[in-house]
Design a protein around this ligand. Sequence first.
Ligand SMILES: *Cc1c(COP(=O)(O)O)cnc(C)c1O
Length: 412
Amino acid sequence: MSMAVVEEQTGLAAASQPSRQDSDLPARVVEAVRAVLGDAEGPFPLHEPEIGPLETEYVNDCVTSGWVSTVGPYVDRLEDALGEACAVPHVFATSSGTAALHLALAALGVGEGDEVIVPALSFVATANAVTYTGAVPHFADADEWTLGLDPRALRRHMDEACVMEAGVCRAKASGRRIAAIVVMHAFGHPAEMDALQEVADHWGVPLVEDAAEALGSSYEGRPAGSLSRIAALSFNGNKIATAGGGGAVLTTDADLAARVRHLGSTAKLAHKWEYVHDEAGFNYRMPSLNAALLLAQVERLPDFISRKRKLAARYAATFCSVPGADFMGQPPGARSNYWLNTIRLNVASIEERDGVLAALIDDGILARPVWEPLHRLPMYTTCPTGDLSVSERLACQLINLPSSAKLQRVDT
Ligand SMILES: *Cc1c(COP(=O)(O)O)cnc(C)c1O
């Protein structure tokens, strides 16, 4: 990314420094990260939760009330708070983000005999959720700048690999229905939703957001999680807000919301005493104890985001003077929560990636590469794919840096 773009995206003017020989990238990356983190010994984990007095108060109150399981006021309060934060009318809190994604797909009617298009560059849960429904993941390529699904590559691939048959989009190779397209907002940076929605609409396929990493991000002024008919959030221990473990399904569609609620709470028919379930539903409800912790975190979310954005601006500024490594700023039109700060090594420096990681980790900076692209994992090697050359290259170029809100003091 050019310096001008970083400046525009972060509002920060970087100090201009004479560029040096590109001979010792690992040392220069460590120096740049240290300029942000200071010289404390560390270690600096990738993302640590911040648990304070408000969390303690709510969890204590929950325990004292005795309502610790899935029935209780904290689940309702949490769902209201998430609905407000994400501007969606219907929220169903779940036991994990993976469960939320599975439930979203199941509620849409995805199942055996279907294919679901998912990004190859994502956490394994995105594809696993598809597998749990009985459908087959079909991998599509990432965009160089957003790191999410590339709408242009998706359009090209679907034009080539799909066919419309009696109003149903099918993969030519397998004859299976393309039942959904899952978009993932990588590291909190929103994908190009308008262009992706156009492709999805052209084929009559619903778009689903895996917004697990993007709570508090927005795209064209609209919150992540509200950008599609149905979305999933995650609240595991390293996400921007944590429930210890948890997730949520968000939807703008009242019928779909009712379906999610029924399927996600064992498909039990409401009755004063009878135990009757009308299908094999899932026990995916979030317990109150987790909801109490998470409610406090959601109330503190604006503060977390403001500090994480300041931290990101400082990384952006120091990486302006590191030739060979670009800081990944938020895409145009988006406001990112900067869940995980990310640098992208230049193609010419790919060979140095492991050296950079080793130097960072030796210095107590617990950086990590991104995920192995999903089509290379043993259970997914035989799945259908488009051209995945950008995802494969990005997987060798990207490095995540320590990103906890607590790395940024409130008053700076
Ligand atoms: C964290 C995450 C999930 C869900 O994770 P859980 O640990 O099940 O809450 C799903 N997709 C992506 C991209 C994630 O980062």
